[in-house]
Design a binder for this molecule. Structure first.
Ligand SMILES: [Zn+2]
Length: 366
């Protein structure tokens, strides 16, 4: 008997952390913090685990990695690109997962493939066709970070962040083009995520683009990445670095902001170049701010949009309904957990998909 327990990540947009008991082993899938109010998974009574598998670098999947000391200090696995991009953070990785391929962790077969969504992000099948497919955060609409189709398994934990929302990224791009206007516009974004995708979109549309140093660093890492499989991606990013303008540290206090699309971290405007720029634009009302991702509680992103000082236009980085439908049809799992979604929305999603195999509690066995 195998068992999956969502320590966090079921019934809410909370940090990702799932305990998988399979073939006599105990594996932890992700160990995140946030995205709202620095929420952390409860690990009391969990005991030792054999390994921690990280799907991708975002804070809500990695931000509680310091807690491995409470789990018997197991080895922590992530892809080489994830490890490279997180260099200098406090996260201590000991082992590398393939971006695409097979390996063994604690004697359990693991297969991985690109999950889109962010650089280095993977889905993972654990324990073969009889085991579990965990998508982590997944998106099949990205240009820089394409996804591959996950492998079928009897059990599935999938990224249901958008519930029944079904607007395509192409439609959202048109909406965002209208929302940013012609003058200065700040788009706070995660540097290792949709920020570079948005920058390429606006560069191709002939807009003047400014990129913060954090975005430029990620682009440089991706260009230099040894196993970068896609030469078109490296060429596009090289062109982006050449054509976009760097952000000067003093930009927030300049007399006049340039008429440009300014793409800067952090995505919630709580830090990085986005923080000072958002404060400046909100204060003097010249220019626009448009947020494009999750509006975490008590962050400038949430406060500024609630006060009408910033706009919101979603840029998909999770699967829309059509993608979820296709995933379920291809994978044909016996049992399904819709993760990262409020409990009532899980019910709505299951009804919309006629999903009789959805679970409505944080654990299941198979
Ligand atoms: Zn993510």
């Amino acid at each position: 008997m195998n068992r999956l327990l969502a320590l966090s990540g079921f019934g809410a947009k909370g940090p990702a952390c799932f305990l998988l008991e399979i073939e006599g082993r105990r594996l932890l899938l992700d160990l995140g913090e946030g995205p709202d109010s620095a929420m952390r998974p409860g690990l009391a009574g969990i005991g030792k685990v054999d390994a921690v598998l990280i799907s991708h670098l975002h804070h809500d999947h990695t931000g509680a990695l310091d807690l491995v000391s409470k789990l018997g200090r197991p080895p922590v696995f992530a892809t080489g690109l994830t490890r490279s991009l997180m260099e200098g953070s406090h996260a201590a990785f000991s082992c590398t997962l393939p971006l695409s391929g097979g390996t063994e962790v604690a004697g359990i077969a693991i297969e991985t493939g690109p999950a889109g969504h962010a650089p280095g992000a993977v889905w993972m099948r654990i324990g073969g066709p009889e085991g579990l497919l965990y998508t982590g955060d997944y998106s099949d609409e990205g240009r820089l970070f394409p996804a591959t189709a996950p492998l079928p398994a009897r059990a599935l934990v999938f990224d249901a962040s958008y519930g029944v929302a079904d607007v395509s990224l192409a439609e959202q791009m048109a909406g965002l083009d209208a929302a940013i206007g012609d003058g200065p516009c700040l788009l706070p974004a995660p540097p290792a995520g949709r920020g570079l995708e948005m920058a390429l979109h606006f560069m191709d549309a002939g807009r003047r683009v400014m990129l913060c140093p954090a975005h430029r660093r990620v682009a440089e890492t991706l260009i230099a990445w040894e196993s970068s499989p896609d030469k078109d991606v490296a060429a596009a990013l090289t062109r982006l670095l050449r054509c976009s303008l760097p952000l000067d540290p003093g930009i927030a206090s300049q007399d006049r902001l340039p008429d440009a699309v300014i793409i800067a971290g952090t995505a919630d405007a709580a830090g990085g170049f986005a923080a000072g720029l958002a404060t400046r634009i909100a204060a003097d009302g010249v220019g626009r701010i448009v947020f494009t991702g999750h509006l975490a509680a008590e962050t400038p992103a949430r406060i500024l949009t609630d006060e009408g000082l910033a706009g919101f236009a979603r840029w998909n980085v999770h699967p829309r309904l059509a993608c979820v439908r296709a995933l379920l049809a291809a994978l044909r799992p016996e049992i399904v957990m819709a993760a990262f979604l409020e409990a009532d929305a899980v019910g709505r999603l299951a009804r919309t998909l006629s999903g009789e195999n959805f679970v409505f509690q944080p654990s299941f066995e198979w």
